[in-house]
Design a protein around this ligand. Structure first.
Ligand code: CP
Ligand code: NVA
Length: 306
């Protein structure tokens, strides 16, 4: 059975730490000019049903960087668009490629592909999770803060796919997480309940952004309108206005706090231009680290090394 990456829950603490450790090592090797060819002769298929800049390019660059090959498929150009069953797609793709990286709407799509695929299926974002992104972001946190021990991380804004993956990460890796989300836009209830029941550090769902960022060395936000929610734009912009990450909110956090944004950012909506362009914001390091993390994920899953 291949190891799939449907959500962060597929791995225990030690395994998530292996991804983090290996990604940092691969980043260092690249900086030293060491040639990485461990996936030579292997191919992955990217099946994307939503737009992407970073995730697509960083997975492709990661695979080529390890000597492998990539086939990119826009889902609407495949027979999925003409109702070919997912279970058939999974079994056919498994005969051609060594792994599948999937970006789609429903988590059930990734889950069904994983159920029938004989090669690893990796979640590159669904409406429910964005696990590889959060792992890359934790790599960035570790670069700046050295350890997760005793660290409080804040999430400000929509209780979306990113928030859900942060909740799972907090419960598995053991750091404190405070989320400030408006009423009606909370993270997934089941994910939160399950994570809270196993977490060693508090995971608190709050309303007040100032309360969430108090004592938080890391502050995270994301767009107020995720892909697929475009019809809700006007209502969301009004409702989320008090949740903007700006210099006023940052003044409530410790002086050395860093700001994370997985990008793309909507300036002066969820984050002020001033904060996004400030030294405190590490969004472009996060973007770079996606490539190193994706290398680690591909290497460990495609060579059955976990
Ligand atoms: N952060 C992220 O997933 O960006 P893309 O949508 O550009 O892949
Ligand atoms: N929550 C955002 C993340 C984009 C990378 C979305 O799903 O659109």
């Amino acid at each position: 059975m291949p190891r799939h990456f449907q959500s962060l829950e597929d791995f225990n603490k030690k395994e998530l730490q292996s991804f983090l450790f290996r990604a940092a090592e691969l980043k260092e090797e690249l900086a030293e000019g060491i040639l990485q060819r461990q996936l030579e002769g292997k191919t992955i298929g990217l099946v994307f049903e939503k737009p992407s800049t970073r995730t697509r390019v960083s997975f492709e660059a990661a695979m080529y960087g390890l000597g492998g090959q990539v086939i990119f498929l826009s889902a609407r150009d495949t027979q999925l668009a003409r109702s070919e069953p997912l279970k058939d797609m999974a079994r056919v793709m498994s005969r051609y490629v060594n792994g599948m990286v999937v970006r789609t709407f429903g988590q059930d799509v990734v889950d069904e592909l994983a159920q029938y695929s004989t090669v690893p299926v990796i979640n590159a974002l669904t409406d429910l999770h964005h696990p590889c992104q959060v792992l890359s972001d934790i790599m960035t946190v570790l670069e700046y803060k050295k350890s997760l021990d005793g660290l409080k991380i804040a999430w400000v804004g929509d209780g979306n796919n990113m928030a859900n993956s942060w909740i799972q990460a907090a419960s598995i890796l053991g750091f404190e997480l405070a989320l400030a989300c408006p009423e009606g836009y909370e993270p997934d209830k089941e994910i939160l309940a399950k994570a809270s029941s196993i977490a060693e550090q508090p995971i608190n769902l709050l309303r007040d952004p100032a309360e969430a960022v108090a004592g938080a060395e890391v502050i995270n936000t994301d767009v107020w309108v995720s892909m697929g929610q475009e019809d809700e734009l006007d209502g969301r912009l009004k409702l989320f206005a008090p949740y903007q990450v700006n210099s006023e909110l940052l003044a409530r956090a410790p002086a050395g706090a860093i700001v994370l944004h997985c990008l793309p950012a909507h300036r002066d909506e969820e984050i002020s231009e001033e904060v996004l362009e400030s030294k405190q914001c590490v969004a472009f390091d996060q973007a770079e680290n996606k490539m190193h993390m994706h290398k680690a994920i591909l290497e460990l899953l495609l060579s059955d090394a976990l």
